[in-house]
Design a protein around this ligand. Structure first.
Ligand code: SAM
Length: 597
């Protein structure tokens, strides 16, 4: 199995009907849109089932051309329960079509043209793992790109309606096995309904074993019958606790992203920060660089890093050209070991050639070329993310305590602020807040230099250190030293180290003008991975932590913020369970307990 997910081998028996040569079956027959609407939308009782719901989750086995997704989105636009209601569409696909092929299929239905264009513009990237794609109308697509046996056990969601659309059971039994449909049962919310076009006995039995009551219904088109299945459950519909107000502590990139994710979910958000402007700490460098950190072997950390990168790119790109620039990064190996890692990556790449290539410069042998990196202006981006929140700068939080229904933050002024949810995104500052049970944090002093640049366009060279040339600025560094006591101070030694980095990576830059140095403390953890989620997973529902982002804040923050929001609101997780587990704030405490016992 290659790390890059396969494209389906497509065949178009008639001009508008795609079929999979791998499976020997068609994606739909006749008028595909009419078929998807009748089997899945009507079969799941939509739009009635989502009436009055502030959020609703559809699950789908087999994303295929995205036609069922478009049909659901189209119905949602016309019958959205309220202007703030949210639709999560969680889908699974092993062989992702290209956006061009999908567009070619959608073109048969001019009524879907607008939505098709929107979807194809934001089409999922060719990478194994989970991708979260935000669309209009409160619709979010969360797509697992992987074989169904690997993907389903890794999902976490509470699905209200299922579209079971995995080719015919006779030709493709994996999509209908007892294990697969057992996972469908596990991921279902009380009262969930599943719909499909097949009435095969094995499928009915597997659905019954998974807890559903099944009923045959008259079919559409060439199918005489179809199936509807209701989860047997006496429980009333799941409603996660209400979170209307949120307090975010810290206005760096983690706090700003958290603010964005919560505002999008209709929360009233207050952001407090001890500094006097957004990103006064480590997020306030003149420019930030987001490039992927790719592991040579697949695994939870590799997935988490890749998923964070793909999601972050989308969010930063959406902020537009005032805040960000797309650029190429030449990534040079620092050692023979790293050169070997790069060549393993190129032999079995986790991303396609739109993201990753060998660097063909003879002087830079063995390097990587990242084609989808992003340079960000934090001074423009952070205020945009915070727009719509109540901002309180110069406010130091001294302690946090839980209440029955939320949490209360005490400020140094003696004032208290209470909210349904508190998210602590305060970097090393979290260590000074009483009442928190934090993972172990280590401070690292990082210094960067900034000079004026006359070059047009944007480019970067990196090898652990980096030189980023964008927005008329040349930013280079960064040092990474144990943090001293007291405030971060710039030093001449660090500047000498950074000038050596500039000379190594950009020997063509000879006369760099006056330098402005900036030092900040980054918080890291002993395993160098960040954390996001509740503290004391079992007892504390109202205080969440995001931290330990180290020097990758602009890469991690968007996905970690989305994870906290998804868990708070009972939405599908935007990453695999095994990737989520290695980011759990409790992991250090649990490891210590295991060692003791
Ligand atoms: N709902 C889709 C649409 O609107 O176009 C059609 C789905 S098509 C009938 C079935 C899909 O299931 C295909 O895209 C296929 O690649 C996917 N699939 C089949 N077997 C799979 C497996 N073992 N793991 C993951 N996906 C699989």
């Amino acid at each position: 199995m290659t790390r890059l997910p396969p494209r389906p081998a497509l065949n178009w028996p008639d001009p508008e009907t795609p079929a999979s040569l791998d499976i020997g079956d068609i994606y739909f027959s006749g008028d595909g849109l009419a078929e998807k609407r009748a089997v899945f939308l009507d079969g799941c009782g939509l739009p009635g089932a989502w009436a009055d719901r502030p959020r609703f989750t559809i699950g789908e086995l087999g994303f295929g051309t995205g036609l069922s997704f478009l049909a659901a989105w189209d119905l949602w636009r016309r019958h959205r329960p309220s202007p703030s209601a949210r639709l999560d569409f969680l889908s699974f696909e092993g062989a992702l079509l290209s956006g061009e092929d999908a567009a070619r299929v959608h073109a048969r239905w001019p009524e879907l043209e607008h939505l098709s264009r929107r979807l194809v513009q934001r089409w999922p990237d060719r990478a194994r793992g989970v991708q979260r794609i935000e669309l209009d109308d409160g619709v979010t697509l969360t797509l697992f790109v992987d074989d169904i046996d690997a993907a389903l056990p890794q999902a976490m969601a509470r699905v209200d309606a299922w579209f079971l659309d995995g080719f015919s059971p006779a030709k493709n039994p994996a999509m209908w096995s007892t294990e697969t449909l057992g996972q469908v049962g596990r991921l279902s919310a009380p009262g969930a309904r599943a719909a499909t076009y097949t009435v095969a006995g094995d499928v009915r039995r597997a659905l019954e074993a998974a807890g559903f009551t099944v009923a045959k219904r008259p079919g559409v088109g060439r199918k005489r019958e179809r199936l509807e299945a209701d989860l047997r459950s006496d429980a009333c519909a799941h409603s996660p606790r209400r979170t209307r107000t949120a307090l975010v502590i810290g206005s760096g990139v983690a706090g700003a992203m958290c603010c964005r994710s919560l505002l999008r979910r209709g929360c009233e958000v207050t952001v407090v920060d001890a500094g006097d402007a957004p990103g006064a700490g480590a997020s306030g460098n003149p420019l930030a660089l987001v490039m992927p950190r790719l592991d040579a072997a697949d695994g939870p950390a590799a997935r988490a890093l890749l998923e964070a990168y793909l999601f972050a790119r989308r969010i930063w790109i959406d902020l537009g050209p005032d805040a960000m620039r797309l650029l190429d990064v030449a990534h040079l190996p620092r050692s023979d070991r790293e050169r070997a890692r790069f060549s393993r990556l190129l032999a079995d790449p986790p991303l396609d050639e739109t993201f990753l290539m060998a660097l063909d410069d003879a002087d830079q042998g063995g390097g990587l070329r990242h084609l989808g990196a992003v340079a960000i202006r934090p001074d423009v981006a952070l205020p945009v993310l915070l727009e719509g929140a109540h901002l309180r700068f110069g406010c130091r939080v001294t302690s946090i305590s839980e209440t029955e229904t939320g949490a209360t933050a005490s400020l140094a002024t003696g004032e208290t602020l209470t909210a349904d949810l508190v998210v602590v995104c305060a970097g090393m500052g979290a260590a000074g807040i009483g009442g928190l049970e934090l993972p172990p944090l280590e401070g690292r002093l990082g210094q960067v230099e900034c000079a004026a640049s006359t070059s047009q366009g944007a480019r970067a060279v990196a090898d652990g250190g980096y030189v980023l040339d964008a927005f008329g600025k040349l930013v280079f560094g960064a040092t990474f030293e144990p943090a001293p006591e007291g405030p971060p101070l710039v030093s001449a030694d660090a500047q000498i180290t950074n000038l050596a980095t500039l000379e190594r990576l950009r020997p063509d830059v000879s006369n760099v003008g006056p330098l402005i140095s900036r030092a900040a403390i980054r918080a890291t953890t002993p395993d160098r991975l960040p954390f996001a989620g509740r503290q004391f997973a079992s007892s504390s529902a109202h205080v969440h932590l995001i931290g330990g982002l180290g020097s990758r804040g602009f890469l991690w923050a968007p996905l970690l913020a989305e994870l906290v929001a998804a868990e708070t609101f009972g939405e599908p997780w935007p990453m695999e369970a095994s990737a989520r587990a290695i980011l759990d704030p409790d992991r250090f405490a649990r490891r210590a307990l295991r060692r003791q016992s």
